[in-house]
Design a protein around this ligand. Structure first.
Ligand code: F6R
Length: 258
């Protein structure tokens, strides 16, 4: 596990974007796993800037989103397909046929989830998975007590998650109770995981995920089993980390090597 602490969200987003851009230059048909929510917005802005200003080419990239609300049509203002369309896909040169988000209106959830997994495999697996972290430690929508071996499936949202996400809806009542999410086992199969976390309200859960025991009560702690997982956080989100000096030293060494 690598922890990279940056002074601001903008700088953290730049570090994450550079890692993705570097991988895309090496492998133009990169398979990217994507997240929604507030956290990755600056990363998407930075990737859009790199596309516009340096010609970063997404034409051969394929994307798979982590999750979608059950019951929301793709054009609903709070659906994750719409979020991706508005904040990222429409602003770069991705082939729309190469962008995949679980279908919140599927009539056969089990089959859809099986097909989503098969599609990821048929594209050669996810090269880089972008993740945020919920205030309860979830990744994707794998809420506490999710199996650490879980695959893409439907899942009930925790009340805390519904409250956290109510800001995207007209009222709490409108927040769906269910979702489709890649499983923790699915996420752990990506070749690289980049988890972003910003703000003081993520400080407790970041420290638990990085330095606490691996437990399904903090699903992000499963990333301790991943051979190439990085947490990229701003100062406030790093506030509870005990081994901060070690992380800074290790990142300084990485910069020296690059
Ligand atoms: C969204 C997702 C979630 C979010 C998490 C943090 O696709 O997978 O795990 O990353 O809920 O959300 P924000 O970034 O809004 O704090």
């Amino acid at each position: 596990m690598t922890v990279i602490v940056q002074p601001t969200i903008a700088e953290a987003a730049r570090v994450a974007a550079q890692k993705i851009a570097q991988a895309m230059r090496k492998k133009p048909n990169l398979v990217l796993g994507l997240a929604t929510g507030s956290t990755p917005l600056r990363l998407y802005e930075e990737l859009i800037r790199l596309h516009k200003e340096t010609g970063l080419d997404f034409s051969r990239v394929t994307t798979f989103n982590l999750d979608e609300y059950l019951g929301l049509p793709p054009d609903h203002p709070a659906s994750y397909r719409r979020f991706m369309q508005d904040n990222f896909f429409s602003k770069i040169n991705l082939n729309p046929n190469h962008t995949f988000v679980p279908d919140g209106l599927t009539q056969d959830i089990t089959r859809h989830c099986r097909e989503y997994e098969a599609l990821i495999k048929s594209c050669g697996g996810i090269d880089i998975q972008v993740l945020g972290i919920g205030s309860d430690g979830h990744i994707g929508f794998n809420e506490p007590t999710s199996s650490l071996a879980s695959r893409t499936r439907d899942k009930a949202l925790a009340e805390q998650t519904r409250r956290d996400n109510a800001r995207f809806f007209a009222s709490l009542d409108e927040v769906p109770h269910g979702c489709i999410t890649m499983g923790i086992g699915t996420i752990l199969e990506s070749r690289k995981c980049l988890l972003l976390a910003f703000g003081q309200n993520k400080a407790r859960v970041v420290a638990e995920a990085v330095e606490g025991p691996v437990t399904s009560m903090i699903p992000a702690s499963a990333l301790q089993f991943h051979a190439d997982a990085s947490f990229i956080v701003d100062e406030p989100a790093a506030a509870n980390l005990k081994l901060r000096a070690y992380y800074d030293q290790a990142f300084a060494n990485e910069l020296l090597g690059s």
